[in-house]
Design a protein around this ligand. Structure first.
Ligand code: FAD
Length: 445
């Protein structure tokens, strides 16, 4: 039974899944749907992990994953949303650039910077040939800038490229690997919000599963007989035949979960080589509209700890709401700033863009993924020195008993919800030894 997978010949298989995020829920659902006993253990008092919707002004807004990246049905998340009748709203905002102290950059000039960004991506292959193998994206930018037309404002071009690259990958450009830059894949169809927030995805994936919340896993024993999972609370351990670990890369790096025996050296090296990005969000709800709707504004400033991305999402939220985020070095620098100071600075920025002082927001929320003990960072990025094989090594199972999944394990789609789902499905396939589809996932349990 169970094809040629790890469960073949195993008497009464029981899979313990650690983590109720997109990867863990996907794997658990696919396994349970094939008749396997599954227990999901989650440290938080909620499901979803880095999917975290909160009510702002009566509407569910997301402090973690926000956009469906690619509405094309090739994207398994898009297909899942369609099969489970969940609606999305295309985000077709226009992009503008605002230079602190100077105002909006004229559209024609802004177009030149966006074109420079495109040209940079097209030059990556050439830049890789010219620079040492451990060069960073920032080294490549420096080289690329030598060839920019003399009349292009270097300072602004630098701001724009830095903001776009750090927003996309989360790592500081001085740390991002040139070798790995833009080597991931994208689905077509544009970006979309999920009506009712991303938590609806987590909720529907979790329906019918056996999930225990508030279970902080501290140790995992594995051998030829099976697996045993211990908790930091000291409560009785649980036994199973297999364990699937989907905790974030930041948690694996922190060694708060001990593996017995130790993880193989190559896996430990992969965990060390991969990077955890800084990427934080703010959500502000206002009593009246303060920024033009359907517009993304990149805020270019000399201050190294500002929010650089602001988007008015009234169309989605149904009320004047702004989402902002900081990424890379700016987000790292923000760690020491209190929420009230961040709030004041954001209001200063929004007032500057608006042209006069904006009214007090009715609600403001900030994320703090960097210090969250169950994420310890936002998502994976590929620093200099990391290699293509690191994600493969991270995803590799140990002794056919201990499996790994999560966004960090997805070579092509790391840092996304669909990447986490794909890697969860791959772990379930490895256990079952059979191909599974999104249709399997969408079936009721
Ligand atoms: C600010 C931000 C914005 C983002 N924006 C987008 C976006 O727009 N679109 C997109 O597709 N993706 C986005 N992402 C990325 C996306 O959220 C993640 O890639 C995805 O949700 C990760 O899923 P996962 O299952 O791999 O991990 P997680 O969701 O982190 O799940 C892992 C689970 O393990 C649990 N856990 C940790 N330690 C323990 C322990 N000791 N014991 C038991 N359980 C434990 C955690 O609590 C968590 O629930 C964003 C992420 C962030 C932080």
């Amino acid at each position: 039974m169970h094809g040629s997978g790890f469960l073949k010949g195993v008497k009464r298989p029981k899979v313990i899944v650690i983590g109720a995020g997109a990867a863990g829920l996907t794997a658990a659902r696919l396994l349970q749907q094939q008749g396997i006993r599954v227990l999901v253990l989650e440290a938080r008092d909620r499901i979803g992990g880095r999917i975290h919707s909160r009510k702002v002004g009566g509407v569910a807004m997301d402090l973690g994953a926000t956009w469906l990246h690619g509405t094309d049905l090739e994207n398994p998340l898009a297909e899942y949303l369609s099969l489970s009748s969940q609606s999305t709203l295309l985000d077709n905002s226009n992009e503008r650039l605002f230079h602190s102290g100077h105002g909006f950059i004229p559209k024609a000039e802004a177009k030149c910077y966006f074109s420079a960004f495109k040209a940079f991506n097209q030059s990556l292959e050439h830049l890789r040939e010219q620079l040492p193998k451990h060069a960073s994206v920032s080294d490549a930018m420096e080289r690329f800038f030598k060839k920019l037309p003399a009349n292009l404002n270097r300072e602004r071009a630098h701001f724009v490229l830095k903001a776009l690259l750090e927003d996309a990958y989360g790592g500081s450009i001085t740390k991002q690997s040139l070798k790995q830059c833009d080597e991931d894949e994208e689905y077509k169809g544009g970006e979309a919000f999920i009506q009712g927030g991303f938590k609806k995805v987590a909720k529907s994936l979790a329906e019918g599963l056996h999930i225990r919340l508030g279970q902080v896993v501290s140790q995992i024993y594995y051998d030829a007989e099976g697996v045993r999972v211990h908790f930091s609370s000291g409560q009785s351990p649980v036994n199973g035949t297999h364990v699937l670990v989907t905790v974030p890369l930041g948690v694996l790096k922190s060694n708060t979960i001990k593996f017995r025996p130790k993880l193989p050296a190559k896996k430990r090296e992969a965990i060390e080589n991969l990077g955890v990005a800084y990427f934080e969000k703010a959500i502000l709800s206002f009593p009246e509209r303060v920024l033009k709707d359907n517009q993304v504004i990149y805020y270019l400033s000399e201050k190294g700890d500002d929010f650089t991305y602001l988007e008015s999402v009234e169309k989605y939220a149904g009320a004047p709401t702004i989402i902002a985020f900081s990424a890379g070095q700016n987000a790292k620098n923000q760690r020491k700033i209190s929420d009230s100071k961040k709030r004041d600075r954001l209001l200063e920025i929004i007032s500057e863009i608006h042209g006069s002082k904006v009214p007090k927001p009715s609600q403001v929320l900030f994320s703090d993924w960097a210090t969250d003990p169950f994420s310890k960072g936002s998502f994976t990025f590929l620093p200099t020195g990391s290699q293509r094989r690191d994600q493969k090594r991270l995803a590799k199972s140990v002794d056919k008993r201990l499996l790994f999944a999560g966004e960090a394990c997805s070579r092509d789609y790391y840092g996304t919800v669909h990447g986490a789902m794909i890697s969860g499905a791959q772990a379930a396939e490895r256990l079952l030894g059979q191909k599974l589809t999104v249709k399997n996932l969408a079936k009721k349990l």
